[in-house]
Design a protein. Structure first.
Length: 511
């Protein structure tokens, strides 16, 4: 998507569609909508008076100005009630308008910055949200090796943000650039997590990381089985041994000042490219969704692409343990005891609780960076889906400041976060008579005991664990999470939040 920023009146532009907005309850539109309305001799006021346009959030009304302005069509998008308006409202409205423009056959769209005026949002943030909504709303998964789809014949290729006041352009430009980097990262995460396991293997995931490193001058290290064994990553290897696809341990580093003494923020992503459950095999029904059990890895790698595209001035390291979880003849047996690289031994009660095993070694590996903070993202537990459903991501954090940073970044990104308890009392459920820990704590509070398990591999630094099992996937029948920038499949959740945390998190605050 070409994203341009221009000053002038929206009524003067010649895009295939111009987009203005309308708050609920407004009868005399002001700002850019008012200016356009005057050029159209009151056409928008008429739409309001007749009830055709009510300003409901994401409502779109399209009409042809028939030569009154250079553009061939106008889209009026609703922003809802001013009291309930938020950054995500701007994002959603932009997505709704972009889809309407595409449906109508427009290739170029000129839009005002929703919420940048009377909406009361910071202008750069609002511009970013409009760009994000546009790109994410137009996202479609192009499956490799499929026939061309007849319904994919229309594409919007250019978005121009139009602002009357030229003095505001630098702010809009700055926000638009950030929004584009986040949206393109989120689309990458969606593509990766939507891809089937026969195409997106651990090796393929490592190639994506290498490509990001090459594009943005980052360091990239990919370890194979032998190197994992040298590092004593027995927990990760215990999962990989049932699969014939070779595992990969991926480390990607953005170090803009080339200074290895700066404590980085370390991102860790669960990279199970397929979770069959292993010997504790899952039921057949719905197992195909376990191709996206690497959505955490996708979010973390895509965030690195975003960081690179933004030229973020801070050190960031991404760690992705990647493997399939398969029931091959050499697979781990229930009852096996393995020792993670930090020396903690684990009794494997259920081979389907594999995410915490691979994250154990990844979190332990992170110690070598003396991190300012560690944030892991994982489709970790079915229990998280039971607890919070599909709307909110559960967050476990050992540091209030880091939790607040995650919460605020999530709110701004349209990825709502909910804090879950990380209380040592739950450790009682993962005690084992045969090892330091067991890898399951039974069904009660299973998202909590999984987080407690992870905490045993975390060093003395701020840490947050995001369980995205419920939020990484979206189906049209889950109506309460319906947003005009979601399509069936992976949501790309995490990229917006992680990018926000990286932009806001102050290393000095870390323990
Ligand atoms: N990848 C799954 C968790 C999951 C479930 C993600 C549904 C997305 C949707 C994870 O590896 C898993 O199998 N967890 C088990 C652990 C149990 C066996 C202790 C779970 O939560 O049911
Ligand atoms: Mn599993
Ligand atoms: Zn899993």
């Amino acid at each position: 998507m070409n994203v341009l920023v221009q000053s002038g009146g929206i009524e003067a532009g010649d895009a295939d569609a111009v987009v203005v907005n309308l708050f609920e309850g407004v009868t005399e539109p002001g700002g850019a909508t008012g200016a356009l309305d005057r050029s159209l001799d009151g056409a928008i006021r008429d739409l309001v008076a007749s009830g055709d346009a009510r300003g409901k959030l994401n409502e779109t009304v399209v009409f042809h100005p028939r030569g009154a302005i250079p553009a061939p069509r106008v889209i009026v998008v609703g922003l809802g009630s001013p009291a309930e308006f938020s950054l995500d409202g701007a994002r959603q409205a932009a997505a709704a308008a972009a889809r309407e423009a595409r449906r109508a056959g427009a290739r170029s769209v000129a839009s005002v910055v929703h919420g940048g005026g009377v909406g009361g949002l910071a202008l750069a943030d609002a511009a970013g949200a409009v760009v994000e909504g546009t790109i994410l709303g137009l996202y479609r998964y192009q499956a490799p090796g499929t026939l061309p789809r007849e319904d994919f014949d229309r594409e919007v290729d250019t978005l121009t943000l139009v602002e009357f006041d030229a003095a505001k352009l630098p702010e809009i430009e700055r926000g638009a650039r950030v929004g584009q980097a986040i949206a393109e990262g989120t689309c990458l995460a969606r593509d990766l997590a939507n891809q089937p396991a026969n195409l997106l293997t651990p090796t393929a995931l490592a190639e994506v990381a290498q490509r990001i490193a090459d594009d943005h001058r980052m360091g990239c290290q990919v370890l194979g089985r032998e190197q994992m064994a040298e590092l004593k990553m027995e927990a990760l290897l215990s999962v990989a041994r049932g699969a014939s696809q070779p595992p990969r341990f991926i480390v990607l580093e953005h170090n803009p000042a080339s200074d290895d003494t700066v404590p980085p923020v370390v991102l860790v992503g669960k990279g199970i490219t397929f979770d069959s459950g292993g010997i504790s095999i899952k039921p057949a029904s719905g197992m195909e969704e376990m191709r996206s059990d690497m959505a955490g890895a996708a979010a973390v790698l895509a965030t690195m692409q975003t960081v690179g595209a933004m030229g973020l001035p801070r050190r960031v390291v991404a760690i992705v343990p990647a493997t399939e979880n398969m029931p091959g003849s050499d697979a781990s047996h229930p009852g096996d005891v393995v020792t993670a690289m930090n020396g903690v031994s684990i009794e494997i009660i259920n081979t389907d609780a594999e995410g915490r095993l691979i994250l154990a070694d990844a979190l332990a590996y992170a110690h070598r960076y003396d991190p300012a903070a560690v944030v892991d993202v994982a489709t970790l537990t079915g229990g998280m889906v039971m607890a919070l459903g599909y709307r909110m991501t559960g967050v476990f954090a050992n540091d209030d400041g880091l939790w607040e940073a995650v919460r605020d970044a999530g709110d701004a990104a349209g990825e709502p976060m909910w804090r879950m308890p990380l209380d040592p009392v739950y450790n009682a459920q993962i005690r084992s008579p045969f090892a330091d820990l067991r890898n399951t704590g039974g069904r009660p509070g299973s998202a909590v005991t999984a987080a407690c398990f992870l905490s045993r591999f975390v060093g003395d630094h701020a840490w947050a664990h995001l369980d995205i099992a419920g939020t990484n996937w979206w189906e049209a029948d889950i109506t309460y999470t319906k947003k005009p920038y979601y399509v069936r499949g992976n949501t790309g959740v995490g990229v917006g939040t992680l990018t926000g945390v990286l932009r806001s998190w102050d290393a000095d605050r870390a323990a």
